[in-house]
Write a protein of this length. Structure first.
Length: 113
C-alpha cells in the first residue's frame, strides 16, 4: 500500500524541514553549488551537508562533484509519488465530504416536512 511505502515516508520527512524546503525551492531554479545553497540558511556548512544528505537519501536531489565543488540538482520526478498519494487522499476526503453534505441536506429536508 502506497501510504506505508518507506520511500514516501522518507520524502515526507525530508519535506518536513523548512530549511530543506527552501533548498528545494532554490534548486527549482536550477543546479547550485553547496556554498550557494548554504549562504541564505545562515547555517554552518556541515549542517547544510546533513540537510543535503537527507534530501539526497530521499531521492529529491542529486549531487555531483567537479574538483572541489559539489553541485546539487533537483530530481523533479521524485515528487510524483507524494503527489499521487496526496491526490488520492484529496479525492477520498472530497467524496466523504460530498456524502456528508448529501446526508445533512437529507436531514434538513426531513425536518422541513
Amino acid at each position: 500500500m502506497a501510504k506505508h511505502d518507506v520511500d514516501l515516508s522518507q520524502i515526507f520527512q525530508a519535506l518536513a524541514d523548512p530549511t530543506r524546503r527552501s533548498i528545494l525551492t532554490r534548486l527549482a531554479k536550477g543546479p547550485a553549488p553547496v556554498k550557494e545553497l548554504a549562504g541564505p540558511t545562515g547555517l554552518r556548512l556541515p549542517t547544510v551537508m546533513r540537510h543535503l544528505s537527507v534530501l539526497e537519501d530521499a531521492g529529491l536531489i542529486a549531487t555531483s562533484k567537479d574538483g572541489r565543488v559539489r553541485t546539487c540538482a533537483l530530481v523533479p520526478d521524485a515528487l510524483t509519488a507524494p503527489r499521487t498519494w496526496l491526490d488520492d487522499q484529496r479525492a477520498l476526503w472530497e467524496a466523504r465530504l460530498d456524502r456528508l453534505d448529501d446526508y445533512v441536506m437529507t436531514l434538513m429536508k426531513e425536518r422541513e416536512t
